[in-house]
Design a protein. Sequence first.
Length: 540
Amino acid sequence: MTAPLDPTLQPPPKTGALALTTYQLTKRFGAFTALDHVDIEVRPGTVHALLGENGAGKSTLVKAIVGYHLPDEGAVLIDGREHAITSPVVARELGIGMVYQHFTVVPGMTVAENLLLAKGQLPAVIPWKQVRAELEAFMSTTPFQLDLDARPVDLSAGEKQKLEILKQLYLQPRLLILDEPTSVLTPQEADEVLGALRDRAHAGDVSVIMISHKFREVMEVADDVSVLRRGKLMGSHRVADTTPRLLGAEMMGQAESANSGAAMGTIGQELERTAQPLDAAERLRIEALSVDGDRGERAVRDFTLSVKAGEIVGVAGVSGNGQRELMEALVGQRDRAGGQVFVAGEAYRATRAQNQRLNVRSLPEEPLRNASVGDLSVAMNIGLRRFDQAPAARGGWLRGGVLRQQARELIATYGIKTQGENAPIRSLSGGNVQRAVLARELDGQVDVLLVANPVFGLDFAAVAEIHSRIMAVRNAGGAVLLISEDLDELLKLADRIVVMSEGQVVHGCDARDADRHVLGSFMGGHHHGPHDHGAHQEAA
């Protein structure tokens, strides 16, 4: 029997950036193959981006690397050696950390306590003086600073995201995985966070895998990029050797991209924007609107804005600054605490009769939850606007055959993939629910269109199509209010952009003159000073 190894002779745990390889990694959920023999190589000290549409397998891949999902086939190699990563604890011991899309900070604890908690295996009595000194020393080396005594409740969404990253850096990972890390950050914060992590990688301290859907981020920050589609690896490239257009073609599938020029519109083609008369009539006016949030707090404060015929006004802002409550108040899902809304000069209360008479249509966020009845058929959902009007109704009776015929025509026009007009709408994919709601809302004349995050989570083809249909409403003389958390989407579609921060309009500008970083500083709440007044004038 061999003597136990002297612990002093054990090799110290490795530090510094690691090399990671996945070999033929495969994961099935029942009959569905989420990951299909994927080979990816992350070079030590680099930033490796994972691109792909929703459901492409990106999250499944990283969850297999960190031990959340056990692969059905294949292997994960670290520095060339195979490891069975059976749980996130094993992954952590191997030096792999992950920052998830959803926050995991403990709300009642300070930043210092949250950082300490991340370490695990705490002593019964914490020597706070010593720990505090360690944390301050750690903070002095970090790419961004947070107050150690602040509680998450005092932090913005962007600061919470930074805390999630700091928690992982505190564990000194050799590989850091980030799942869409910039979705709650302003452009400045995104540049700061990604730039700092790239610098750490290039210094040899850590390797980084970053899931993103923003081509701009990938091109600016990543060294290498791998594209997944329907669970398969479509290609891996050095970023310097590729372009957003080529990556977009891989994301959509090469075969499809050849005949889907329209779908490629999201990657660089300009949408056709017709010139509108300068003296166009004001179609929508919001005056000093105030709205309360779910907990009775004031979510929207004295919000004033007008939209003319033939104009798209975009509302930019970091998630959670009153956009959802504003939209719900406009479409009648939430009471107003003060202020007024006018459509074509008439006081507007979002009644069904008014919507029909004034041609007001809406595309709210999460259409399955907010704009459709899940158990009703596609035909009935498409008919919700008109089921009680001729020709769908006669003498108080609903004519199902007419509704189904109208639905069949719109299903064909909008390319809605469904098992037929009688299938319940909840059986459709997200993109097809959105198309069905779009078909209903945009059928006929549209004078005012209220839209919130219209393409969230949709594939390229659906994004391009929805964008072009929104632009068509504008070109036909409709007034469009577009609320979006995606600045790229607003810069592409809007004629004017206003920034919403803490429930108020804090800045406004012509979209053609918009500067991403100026918008970002207002989104981040840095809007004190004389510039403010001009912003309000411009916005109104």
